[in-house]
Design a protein around this ligand. Structure first.
Ligand code: NAD
Length: 258
């Protein structure tokens, strides 16, 4: 079904764990060429890369902190130098960045959360555009950007997570703007918007809180990273979604139906 992903050059930010890693595994099974990224080289990294390679993928790790614009630029350049171009950019790195109620928010906290979720994707996309444009021109099909949004961007987030929720809503909206600017270049932009997915994102939540959240989801449980990953394959595949751009696909067990 996703056979056109074979040999596609795919860069996934924040992909040493959680949904980014599950997505890398899904692309690896399709024989893609994959850039794995994190701001830190984790202890199990070599093993992770080895198991991805065993799935049939060409894989390289690129250490870069995507909250820093200069590192976004060098990450794109390093990926292109290694793989000869870029067909699919996945802006997945992000996170809560801490919790603060409105009256406790200061400039530093605001900047940190916005840099992690908004400026990071903006700068990654900016530096990727020339390469995505070249990819689409050469293939005669489409290249694409897929960003990880959030249910929080739709419903405002929990108390203390307002900046995080707003940063994801910002991301949802700026994609709509990029559709207007780059559809002529045949670059597509889509969002995968997860609900509550069982990753390190939820570390620190008590069992009681987890049970309460699970009970609020019609499917009665958190989602798994592996249940989100195939939506990235769908958006990356020109054969499957070549006429789809500017959309948000919610993967949330029915938590909200916007
Ligand atoms: P995770 O914590 O399991 O993985 C995050 C990954 O990003 C890790 O590989 C980490 O090393 C990397 N990372 C963190 N900061 C980075 C930086 N500055 N530069 C480069 N890499 C960095 O989290 P996850 O739950 O898989 O989250 C992935 C995305 O999904 C995030 O954008 C998050 O906001 C979003 N999201 C998560 C949920 C959820 O319930 N888990 C829900 C909605 C949206």
């Amino acid at each position: 079904m996703f056979s056109d992903l074979n040999n596609k050059r795919v860069l996934i930010t924040g992909s040493t764990a959680g949904m980014g890693l599950a997505t890398a595994q899904a692309f690896a099974k399709q024989g893609a060429k994959i850039g794995i990224n994190s701001h830190v080289a984790t202890p199990g990294l070599e093993q992770t890369l080895g198991s991805l390679r065993q799935l049939g993928a060409e894989v390289e790790f690129f250490q870069a902190d995507i909250t820093k614009s200069a590192e976004c630029s060098s990450l794109i350049e390093a990926f292109v130098a290694r793989f000869g171009g870029l067909d699919v950019l996945i802006n997945n790195a992000g996170g809560l960045g801490g919790r603060a109620n409105l009256e406790a928010i200061d400039d530093e906290f605001y900047q940190h959360v916005m840099d992690l979720n908004a400026r990071s994707a903006l700068m990654m996309t900016k530096y990727a555009i020339p390469h995505l444009r070249a990819s689409a021109k050469k293939s005669g099909e489409t290249s694409c950007v897929i960003s990880t949004g959030s249910i929080a961007g739709r419903e405002g987030g929990g108390v203390g997570a307002g900046i995080y929720a707003a940063s994801k809503a910002w991301l949802h909206d700026i994609h709509r703007n990029w559709v207007k600017e780059f559809t002529g270049d045949r670059i597509r932009f889509n969002i995968v918007s997860p609900g509550t997915i069982d990753t390190a994102f939820h570390d620190g939540k008590s069992d009681e809180l987890r049970a309460k959240i699970a009970a609020s989801i019609p499917m009665g449980r958190f989602g798994y990273a592996e249940e989100v990953a195939p939506t990235f394959l769908f958006f990356a595949s020109h054969a499957c979604s070549g006429y789809i751009t500017g959309q948000i696909l919610d993967v949330n067990g029915g938590q909200i139906a916007p």
